[in-house]
Design a protein around this ligand. Structure first.
Ligand code: ATP
Length: 320
């Protein structure tokens, strides 16, 4: 189901938490809502879920305007970071619970729960209570519970933030697989750029309620729409250096580093990703300040005419 937001807006005490957001999320895609804390990700998701009423704007599922429809009638599956399972119920009872409200016959409910549990690979743990499951297993129960109603869209709000690093990696791959297998349109809220970059088809990057860019992760990384996007994505972060354009050439500290056809002469800020430094005929002079080895990568911190900069290399072969 395609999701379309049309000038969607939410104000809290006249401050726009979400500021006229216009986006279309294609049917069957997995889209990450990404941005720093307080940028409006959860508020956007809650409006799509029907938990918050927009101040202005419309929300469409396909051709249907669902802006004023109650949450239960929207056909959504919701998963939060705290799994919110019922502690006194088994995994099976937790998963079938939404079906009881829908008056689905017991036998069918049980079969559907088993199918979903198998899909998220907890099919043999259905008799356990939440306290007898690991965090990752509990989150899978929560996902199975969200999917068992066969929702039109799946909304995930930081679903992995309570898991440890390794489990996060595994579970995010699982979510990707699950999303591909079910083909369900999914919105995934995260503040973790790596998570968003690794599993989504597209990222919607927000800052202070305002859309900054909507693109595939690769495109956004290579062609950031503005400086905020350039600086938000990438770890270690992009270097921003002072430079100048003169006669269509770009200089840093008097050293030519590239061409800028058609750009008038002026001072500029130049963004260079740490992995994009290359050899030059007449290189920039920099002094290494310290070197960090992180796994297979080596990060070289330098002083470039009084300003810090960073380079990253896959090996330390060319460090001498
Ligand atoms: P985080 O990653 O920290 O969860 P977020 O991007 O999800 O952040 P939101 O929770 O959507 O951000 O909040 C957006 C802005 O709206 C913030 O400035 C927040 O303080 C404000 N806000 C959110 N909910 C309310 C509320 N119920 N009342 C008043 N202000 C709110």
């Amino acid at each position: 189901m395609e999701i379309r937001l049309d000038k969607l807006r939410k104000e809290f005490a006249s401050v726009a938490a979400v500021d006229d957001l216009d986006i279309t999320i294609p049917e069957g895609s997995l889209v990450g809502l990404l941005g720093p804390s307080g940028c409006g990700k959860s508020t956007t998701l809650f409006m799509i879920a029907g938990l918050y009423k927009p101040t202005a704007g419309r929300i469409f599922f396909g051709k249907e305007d669902i802006t004023t429809i109650s949450p239960e009638k929207r056909g959504i599956g919701l998963v939060f970071q705290n799994y919110a399972l019922y502690p006194h119920m088994t995994a099976l009872q937790n998963i079938t619970f939404p079906l009881e409200n829908l008056k689905v016959p017991k036998k069918e409910a049980r079969e559907r729960a088993q199918e979903m549990a198998d899909l998220v690979q907890i099919g043999d743990l259905l008799d356990r209570k939440p306290s007898q499951l690991s965090g990752g297993q509990q989150q899978r129960v929560a996902i199975a519970r969200a999917l068992v109603k066969k929702p039109r869209v799946l909304l995930l709000d930081e679903p992995l933030s309570n898991l440890d690093a390794r489990l996060r990696l595994e579970t995010r791959k699982e979510i990707r697989r699950l999303q591909r297998e079910t083909g369900i349109t999914t919105i995934y809220v995260t503040h973790d750029q790596e998570e968003a970059m690794s599993i989504t088809d597209e990222i919607v990057l927000m800052n202070r309620g305002v859309l900054q860019q909507k693109d595939s992760p690769q495109e956004m990384y290579r062609r950031p729409a503005n400086r905020f996007v350039a600086e938000f994505l990438g770890n270690p972060p992009i270097n921003i250096l002072k430079g100048e354009v003169k006669n269509s050439r770009v200089y840093i500290q008097g050293t030519p580093i590239g061409e800028a056809p058609g750009v008038p002469d002026r001072s500029v800020d130049i963004g260079i990703r740490p992995e994009n430094w290359g050899p030059a005929e007449e290189g920039l002079k920099a002094t290494a300040t310290f070197i960090e080895r992180i796994g297979k990568d080596t990060i070289i911190n330098v002083d470039l005419g009084g300003r810090p900069a960073r380079a990253i290399t896959g090996s330390d072969a060319d460090l001498t």
